[in-house]
Design a protein. Structure first.
Length: 235
């Protein structure tokens, strides 16, 4: 075991998973995290209709429910608020569709532990490993990358990767008000506003038939752009 693994207090790390109709994969995702030693897991059920959702509750994780579907941004903010109440020192956002890899959390969290960054953002384009990415997805991500730069001045290698980590001080400052997918760019606005130090780190993203069926449509990506535009004009 390396020095970082020895110094990492996993009891201080809280993982927030927004969930909307992911009952089929959720048990597998939670198990992958607990097998890596992460026990502080917060599931935010964002108005799921899937009856399989409560199957993970016996694992002793924290369960919060939105009675209606509010959106991933709202679910993340609910989870972040709970993590702070629970005394978290580091908070990670992790997707429920099986795309993210639990073993990547060590490299994601490392810059926070060393004080090198306040926020780390996972990038699928910095990793040596690559699953075949749908061509439409590549186009959307490249477009989103440019939009993020135009609105925030931050030219990142990846856009809208749900795997990210923040220290307690960053989460206390960042407030997510964009309930749906535009929250990813809103977080960048908040990072810039408070002068938080950001580092991108290489992470893997697994594309499966299941994750593709739960991904964003091109129309949703267009809607995100207008959500960001209205946020910038009226925030």
């Amino acid at each position: 075991m390396n020095t970082l693994a020895l110094s990492m207090d996993k009891g201080n790390i809280h993982i927030v998973i927004p969930v909307y109709n992911h009952g089929e994969k959720l048990g597998e995702v939670v198990q992958s995290l607990t097998s890596e030693g992460y026990k502080n897991i917060i599931l935010v059920n964002d108005g799921s209709e899937n009856a399989q959702f409560p199957a993970c509750l016996p694992l002793g994780i924290t369960y919060i429910e939105h009675r209606v579907n509010l959106g991933q941004g709202a679910a993340l903010q609910t989870g972040f608020t709970q993590a702070l109440k629970d005394g978290a020192g580091i908070i990670v956002s992790f997707d429920a569709d099986g795309q993210h890899v639990a073993s990547d959390l060590e490299i994601l969290i490392s810059p926070l532990i060393t004080g090198e960054a306040d926020v780390t953002l996972g990038s699928r384009f910095l990793a040596a490993y690559q699953n075949p990415m749908p061509p439409v997805k590549i186009i959307l991500l490249k477009t989103a990358r440019l939009i993020n730069y135009l609105f925030t001045g931050m030219m990142l290698s990846d856009a809208h990767n749900g795997l990210r980590a923040m220290n307690k001080q960053a989460v206390e400052k960042i407030r997510i008000t964009e309930n749906r997918m535009a929250h990813a760019t809103e977080i960048l606005f908040e990072i810039k506003k408070y002068g938080l130090v950001v580092k991108e780190v290489p992470v893997k993203v697994r594309y499966t038939d299941y994750s593709r069926s739960h991904g964003q449509s091109p129309w949703n990506s267009i809607k995100i752009f207008f959500d960001i535009l209205f946020y910038k004009l009226f925030a």
